[in-house]
Design a protein around this ligand. Structure first.
Ligand code: PBG
Length: 331
């Protein structure tokens, strides 16, 4: 019987078995796509659990090489360092950011020595160092732009000197990429890359991260006068265009999953190396559901990450990096 009304085209054919599904897969997640953010703290033999991020720890420098070893052995290309600064080293103007022996610089030296081929990403912003928890200098309740940029460029140089390979300004001040590129070039750091947090939103999803760094309790007000309004999308393209014109080598969208539309627009518009940060709140949300038995651990982690690749990301900063790498390598 010829059933002419039946479709000639059946999209389900290409989903028939695993081999065919693999053949027609449009995107792949690879260990090369992962960047692992890690929290470092002062002291010795410290492995402090971050309360709102089950499975994430702040680690002291004497344990750092061992802590990072699995990532290196799995082939993760880069880690991003986030220092927890003790209160007594925080100040109104955050000068600890410029100290060549601050925690971040010491961590960079330790890791470069142990793993010369591991790329180190350094967050540039003053919030780990300021007593008010803002990313820049503050005057009469207002975050100063140009004065902040002047400190941030020196922070970037300080990190480059310590061995940070990829400078990642996350402060959202205007003109900071140009200022950072200039100071790096003046000091012959021509190969130090800049991954600009180009479209960074004023997001509630950073809550657990600020807890991890101890800046939540300190933060006065919010960051809406420098981080972007979650309602805006065209503005993200202007931010990316500006950072590229100023010399950014790679751009980032942050947070990740609620902003996949932005990632897609950025990738389509600029065709440049594009990254996303699956931020602390996204991690915590997924982990909370996993721990409650509401979501399947492995499937959810991998699906959350392939979504970034489909949206157009080259790479993803994710607290799941090591676990995802293990899943991908079948270890
Ligand atoms: C600091 C910075 C933040 C994050 C990365 N760099 C927090 C903030 O802007 O308040 C958030 C990362 C995360 O939530 O995982 N400039």
């Amino acid at each position: 019987m010829v059933r002419s009304s039946f479709p000639h085209t059946r999209l389900r054919r290409n989903r028939f078995d695993d081999a065919t599904r693999r053949l027609v897969s449009e995107t792949h997640l690879h260990v090369d796509n992962l960047i692992w953010p890690i929290f470092i703290c002062e002291g010795e033999q410290q492995r402090q659990k971050v309360k709102a991020m089950p499975g994430v720890e702040r680690v002291s420098l004497d344990l750092l090489v061992e802590h990072v070893r699995p990532a290196v052995e799995l082939g993760i290309p880069a880690v991003a360092l986030f220092p927890v600064t003790p209160l007594e080293k925080r100040s109104e103007t955050g000068e600890e950011a410029l100290n060549p022996d601050n925690l971040m610089c010491r961590a960079a030296r330790v890791l470069k020595q142990a793993y010369p081929h591991l790329a180190l990403v350094g967050d540039v912003a003053l919030d780990p160092y300021t007593s008010h928890g803002h990313d820049g200098l503050i005057k009469d309740g207002h975050i100063l732009n140009d004065e902040s940029v002047d400190v941030l460029r020196h922070q970037a140089l300080n990190q480059a000197k310590a061995g940070i390979d990829i400078i990642a300004p996350s402060d959202m001040m205007d003109g900071r990429v140009k200022a950072i590129r200039s100071i790096l070039d003046e000091h012959d750091f021509h190969t130090t890359r800049i991954m600009a947090y180009a479209a960074k939103y004023a997001s509630a999803f950073y809550g657990p991260f600020r807890d991890a760094l101890g800046s939540n309790a300190l933060l006065s007000g919010d960051k809406k006068s420098y981080q972007m309004d979650p309602a805006n999308s065209d503005e993200a393209l202007r931010e990316v265009a500006m950072d590229l014109a100023e010399g950014a080598d790679m751009v980032m969208v942050k947070p990740g999953m609620p902003y996949l539309d932005i990632i897609r627009r950025v990738r389509d518009t600029f065709s440049v190396p594009t990254f996303a940060y699956q931020v602390s709140g996204e991690y915590s949300m997924i982990m909370a559901a996993i721990e409650n038995g509401w979501l399947d651990r492995e499937k959810t982690i991998l699906e959350s990450l392939i979504a970034f690749r489909r949206a157009g990301c080259h790479g993803i900063l994710t607290y799941f990096a090591v676990e995802a790498a293990r899943l991908l390598r079948g270890r």
